[in-house]
Write a protein that binds this ligand. Structure first.
Ligand SMILES: NC(=O)c1ccc[n+]([C@@H]2O[C@H](COP(=O)([O-])OP(=O)(O)OC[C@H]3O[C@@H](n4cnc5c(N)ncnc54)[C@H](O)[C@@H]3O)[C@@H](O)[C@H]2O)c1
Length: 470
């Protein structure tokens, strides 16, 4: 991490741009534009809007913009009143008009960073957004990339597109508070990376309570971002470059992916050994130091953990460096849906039934509990594998009344109501996502067989013979 005092000293002699930006932030006249009104961008836009900054939300999806303009929410955990209040006060303006980017003082990019069909980074959303910004870029603007990506994206991809505008933002090393300009050129715009560490639906930590890691391409950029983010976030953490900030986010997600793979593998071993992995994790986490609890499940889901580590794997090829932990974790986590399907087959077999033609009700299709997000959900992979083995699959999820066409799947199914009669008609109920709203006692009472991948039935004491943990 770098010292703010050192940086501030070195920046004092720095650009007018930084001083002007700072005073606009202090006066709350700085106009903040957030590009990408999704799970990440919308909460950030609302945060700056609530802090009194005139905030504009940009998106290419006109249905989202129309919905926001009416004060409506399309993300379950973001209440309508929070949006409506900012829109009514005139502080938050959603738009599809990218020419308005020119009016902004700060532009925050929160667009998707998926993997392509070859599981390589797909930077097309970042590039398209940056090209729009470059067309409207003017002197003095700050651009901050928040999308998760490999180290080097801000300097190598975003900077070079923005400089096609003719404006310059020289890269400089400020790690020791140094202030050196490339070619003696003064920055005409500012550029930084600040990873988004949002955990959608997390009631314990709100967006503003999660410290903001910031790395700039030069000292003025990191300080300008800090000045802005300090108004909205409880804490900022400065690192020595945009590449360090990009790598920080990947370390966090790789740490999760590897540890989830570890417990998933140990769960499989525990099942063979007749041990209960959940009991063991609960016991291990009583250690007050040196252990963080991770939990097994039917696989990895969400837009981040199954995807982001492979951004680093791709970049590591440039250095001829094999990222073995990432690959192994990916392999183990990706094999979990197959394990679940085998466990369903085994449980049916013990009841003298076979998977082919069995009626299976899958409980929970969201990638984790209590969210309305299907991206990379292992439940969908499990459903597809069950269907491929001839099972007749239905699902229930309070967050998804219908499953339509998705990028990788096309189920065209409606959520089945969880009545006693419906539950009793299935050969097995498979719990893949442990939503809090489910009444697990009711499910176990009425279903003939319950296969539980999340230990959701831990408090159900009736009918233990009906429950199979896997
Ligand atoms: N969702 C999370 O929990 C989470 C957490 C941390 C980091 N991230 C990262 O944040 C980034 C955004 O993720 P998200 O979950 O908010 O994605 P999202 O799909 O919910 O939202 C992205 C939005 O960007 C819009 N968009 C796409 N291209 C655009 C363009 N050219 N111009 C303007 N808008 C455009 C889309 O229409 C969409 O509304 C990703 O890099 C992701 O890895 C996500």
């Amino acid at each position: 991490m770098v010292s703010t005092t050192l940086l501030t000293k070195s920046a004092e002699a720095h650009s007018d741009i930084l001083r002007q930006f700072q005073s606009r932030v202090e006066e709350r006249t700085a106009r903040v534009g957030v590009v990408g009104m999704g799970y990440v961008g919308l909460p950030i836009a609302l945060l700056f809007s609530r802090k009194g900054f005139p905030t504009t939300g940009f998106d290419i999806d006109s249905t989202k913009i129309e919905s926001l303009s009416r004060g409506n929410s399309y993300i379950k955990h973001i209440p309508e009143r929070e949006i409506a209040e900012e829109v009514e006060q005139g502080r938050f303006k959603p738009t599809t008009d990218f020419a308005k980017l020119n009016d902004m003082d700060a532009i925050i990019i929160c667009v998707p960073t998926p993997l392509d069909d070859h599981r390589e980074p797909d930077l097309s959303f970042i590039c398209a957004t940056t090209e729009s910004i470059a067309r409207h870029l003017r002197r003095g603007q700050l651009v901050v990339l928040e999308s998760t990506t490999y180290p080097g994206t801000t300097e190598e991809v975003v900077l070079s597109i923005l400089e096609q505008s003719g404006l310059r933002c020289p890269v400089s090393d400020y790690s020791a508070g140094a202030h050196t300009h490339q070619d003696g050129v003064e920055a005409e715009f500012l550029l930084a990376f600040s990873p988004e560490r949002e955990d959608p639906g997390n009631k314990q930590f709100k967006t503003f309570q999660v410290p903001k890691v910031i790395g700039g391409v030069n000292v003025a950029s990191v300080l300008a971002t800090q000045v802005l983010y300090e108004t909205a976030f409880e804490r900022t953490v400065l690192v020595s470059s945009s590449r360090a900030a990009e790598m920080t986010k990947l370390l966090e997600n790789i740490y999760r992916s590897v540890n989830i793979a570890l417990v998933n593998e140990l769960k499989l071993l525990c099942l063979r050994m007749g041990l209960d992995i959940w009991e063991i994790i609960d016991a291990a986490k009583t250690k007050p130091f040196g252990f963080s609890a991770f939990y097994p499940g039917p696989g990895l889901g969400g837009h981040c953990i199954p995807i982001d580590p492979f951004y680093l794997t791709w970049k590591a090829h440039e250095y001829e460096f094999p990222t073995r932990f990432i690959e192994l974790a990916g392999e183990i986590n990706a094999s979990m849906p197959e394990h679940v399907v085998a466990a369903v087959g085994e449980a049916l077999n013990r009841r003298k039934k076979c998977l082919n033609n069995a009626r299976i009700l899958v409980l929970g299709v969201a990638y984790k509990k209590d969210v309305d997000d299907l991206r990379e959900s292992p439940s969908l992979a499990v459903m597809e594998l069950l269907q491929a083995r001839g099972a007749r699959v239905d699902y229930n999820d309070p967050y998804f009344a219908h499953l339509g066409k998705m990028r990788k799947h096309n189920f065209q199914m409606d959520s089945v109501e969880l009545t006693a009669e419906n539950l009793s008609q299935y050969d097995a109920v498979l719990i893949t996502t442990d939503h809090s709203s489910y009444d697990y006692e009711f499910v176990v009472r009425h279903a003939p067989l319950v296969i539980d991948t999340r230990n959701a039935t831990r408090n159900v004491t009736e009918y233990p013979d009906k429950i199979v943990h896997c």
